[in-house]
Design a protein around this ligand. Structure first.
Ligand SMILES: Nc1ncnc2c1ncn2[C@@H]1O[C@H](COP(=O)(O)OP(=O)(O)OP(=O)(O)O)[C@@H](O)[C@H]1O
Ligand SMILES: [Mg+2]
Length: 692
């Protein structure tokens, strides 16, 4: 981010203010040089202005040189870096002064020098130069900054020297100060124009005034802001370059002052304005520039009072027009910097996306950020990954994201849950079999490992793998080969293995139920997902994300969640982590007709019950009648599906409650319910309680 110091816009605005309050042009030049030296980190610098003979440059301000330097050093135009700069009118950046044929040493230790001309229009009248004891001290950014500063300051310099010769200076300076105070205040330059005109009318009695902007497409000057112009006059007030006083000032790039418009043939009065009184009216037109190019003309009219006042007003017109040039420049800078900010944002967002690219994984907690960073590192490597985390923390989600963001993403991601398949079937499921390997093996079966060739194999609940299969898996990891069941054939395979577990594998290794060598092979990259209760700062983000997801799935409008409901979530520990949060929110959305989730809609898994769960008896609220409940349910169900749907609902809630009561430990839940683990997993899947 740019600060006030490096932002040229801010610096320029400050310079304008300080310049306009300087009572002499010397002070102005010193202020300018301070900025230049400060920004570029130079050791010394000078500002020199062409003298009357136009053969020499007079040193008007200097830094880092001896006091008598302006007397001892004579800068001749065409000589030295500065002298060349004024002749060519071009910036010179000399990275190594010993290699520059024009360089003349003013001081022995200068290694590099940057010189920028001060010019108004095409007229060069001075040079700002900065020097450094280091080689190649000045870069493109310094060049650009100095150039902008020089252009800008040149305009102010010429006008300030004009102010110095104004007779009723004090009053005019006050007005100028007020105007410079609003310079840069408006992003839209037209608003600035309008404000200036208002100040002029108030403080100086300007009768009419207009600011014309040039449009290169129509090749016309037209009114951008005006004082005492009727809409009709504004519409008529269009000039081609060269036409009338306004067009001439533009084309000839110089200010024109007409003391009595009634006596002047150049004055066209295209707007058709009728002047009723007998006063003599003076008219001033001054062009303004941006980047050396004329961009428009500033006009004003005063009642003629005296020749000296007329001359002052003429100066004033020029000063103001130079301020308009600056306003345009500021507007351009503002637009440029806001575009840069926008671009920066896009780049940042893109970086963020390319860094993570995990749109569906929410997490801003530092531990999640660290996890994302590790995922990014892991994505491109081929090494095995071990994902650990409690149930419902997103292990499978992260495994998928890893695959999707890896170089293998065009190839398959094959998933297998080692706990959901009985051990004897798991071997053939994983490694395949040859025809006749066992009764029923009527054909060859490829198996999951081979299906994942060139892709990724996701082994969920790896802790459940038995020792025999652990050995076979180790061979895949080490030798990149395996043999199908009932076959001696050795199959070479290229798979990346991502394993996940919510068990403590280190403990299993100690208990010798998990092979140590396999553990180390899998544990090359470890992604440990923190439980939700350890990153509750992510709760707002997650709730929003999950509500969006749930509502999209259910075709519902996304509800708001009120403070009390959110508080309730926040005070909960979520043993089932994000999946549990998702379930809680899903119930809140589905059971809800309102568009607001209230505290009563949040039913936590701490034994609190839902109507269907109450049906099973345990903890049924007073007044609850199972028969009435079932009657209602039956009435709601589609005929022919009553058994499946009503019993299904009951079964689903029983499992949900049991899971909650057993901290989502599936092994324990299966025991409590008296079903085997495989059945439980099937039911969980069937009721969409978990995605396994
Ligand atoms: N960081 C997250 N951002 C958004 N959604 C998430 C996040 N983590 C998990 N989820 C969602 O939570 C649910 C559970 O995630 P997932 O199935 O990956 O968990 P798991 O750790 O594999 O659970 P289990 O151990 O029970 O198998 C999914 O619906 C998933 O999309
Ligand atoms: Mg899982």
């Amino acid at each position: 981010m740019q600060n006030a110091f490096t932002n040229p816009l801010v610096a320029l605005h400050e310079v304008t203010l300080s310049l306009l309050t300087q009572d002499s042009s010397d002070k102005l030049l010193n202020a300018l040089l301070d900025r230049a030296v400060e920004f570029t980190g130079a050791d010394s610098g000078t500002i020199s202005i062409l003298d009357d003979s136009r053969k020499f440059l007079e040193i008007k301000a200097f830094r880092g040189f001896e006091q008598d330097m302006p007397k001892t050093v004579k800068l001749k135009i065409g000589e030295g870096v500065t002298g060349r700069c004024i002749v060519t009118g071009k910036l010179r950046n000399v990275g190594d002064t010993s290699q520059d044929k024009y360089y003349i040493a003013v001081r022995q230790d200068i290694r590099s020098e940057l010189a920028v001309p001060l010019k108004v229009g095409n007229k060069n009248f001075g040079v700002i130069s900065v020097d450094s004891k280091r080689l190649d001290a000045f870069n493109g950014e310094h060049e650009e900054y100095l150039q902008t500063l020089a252009d800008y300051a040149a305009q102010i310099f010429t006008t300030t020297t004009s102010v110095e010769s104004l007779s009723h200076r004090t009053h005019l300076q006050d007005v100028l100060l007020q105007i410079s105070g609003v310079l840069g205040k408006y992003a839209d330059v037209k608003l600035f124009f309008e404000e200036v005109i208002r100040i002029l009318a108030d403080k100086l009695g300007v009768r009419r005034s207009a600011i014309y902007l040039y449009d290169s497409v129509t090749n016309e000057l037209s009114v951008a802001a005006s004082l005492n112009y009727s809409p009709d006059e504004i519409a008529k007030g269009r000039y081609s370059p060269g036409e009338g006083v306004t067009g001439k000032a533009f084309k000839q790039r110089k200010a024109i002052a007409v003391s009595d418009i009634s006596q002047d043939s150049q004055f066209l009065n295209k707007t058709g304005h009728q002047r009723e009184d007998e006063d003599i009216v003076s008219f001033f037109a001054a062009p303004f520039f941006e980047g050396g190019e004329p961009r428009g003309v500033f006009n004003m009219e005063f009642k003629f009072q005296s020749q000296s006042k007329f001359e002052d007003q003429s100066f004033l017109a020029q000063i103001l027009s130079s301020l308009f040039g600056q306003a345009l420049q500021i507007e351009k800078l503002v637009q440029q910097s806001s575009r840069e900010v926008k671009e920066e944002n896009i780049i940042l967002r893109r970086q963020l996306k390319s860094t993570f690219e995990y749109e569906n994984i929410v997490g801003a907690h530092p531990r999640m950020a660290e996890l994302f960073a590790r995922m990014k590192m892991a994505a491109d490597s081929a090494s095995a990954v071990l994902i650990t985390g409690e149930s419902g923390t997103g292990k499978e989600l992260i495994a998928s994201a890893l695959h999707q963001n890896s170089m293998r993403s065009a190839n398959p991601l094959v998933k297998i849950n080692c706990a959901a398949i009985p051990a004897d079937l798991l071997e053939s499921e994983l490694f395949g079999y040859a025809r006749g390997a066992f009764t029923g093996a009527v054909d060859d079966y490829k198996g999951k490992v081979l299906s994942a060739h060139k892709g990724t194999l996701f082994l969920d609940e790896i802790g459940e793998l038995d020792l025999k299969l652990q050995a076979k898996l180790l061979r895949v990891l080490q030798e990149k080969e395996f043999s199908p069941l009932g076959s001696n054939k050795v199959i070479k395979v290229d798979v990346r293995i991502i394993a996940a577990t919510n068990a403590n594998l280190e403990a299993a290794v100690k208990e010798k139920t998990f092979r140590e060598d396999l553990f180390y092979r899998l544990n090359v990259v470890r992604l440990a997902i923190p439980p939700l209760r350890e990153r509750t700062s992510d709760l707002p983000l997650l709730v929003q994300h999950l509500l969006d997801k749930i509502c999209e799935r259910n075709g519902k409008k996304v509800p708001v969640i009120n403070e009390a409901a959110f508080q309730k979530l926040q005070s909960y520990t979520f043993p089932g982590n994000i999946r549990e949060l998702e379930n809680i929110l899903e119930r809140a959305v589905v059971l809800n007709a309102k568009n607001e989730i209230d505290v009563s809609d949040i039913q936590l898994g701490d034994g609190s019950i839902v109507p269907t769960a109450a049906a099973v008896g345990a903890g049924a609220p007073a007044g609850f009648d199972l028969r009435t409940y079932l009657k209602e349910e039956i009435a709601k169900s589609t005929p022919g599906e009553i058994f499946t749907s009503v019993i299904g609902n009951v079964e689903k809630e029983i499992i949900r409650i049991a899971l909650n009561q057993n901290q989502f430990n599936k092994r324990k839940t299966a025991e409590v319910l008296g079903v085997n683990r495989v059945t439980l997993d099937k039911k969980i899947q069937q009721y969409d309680l978990f995605e396994i």
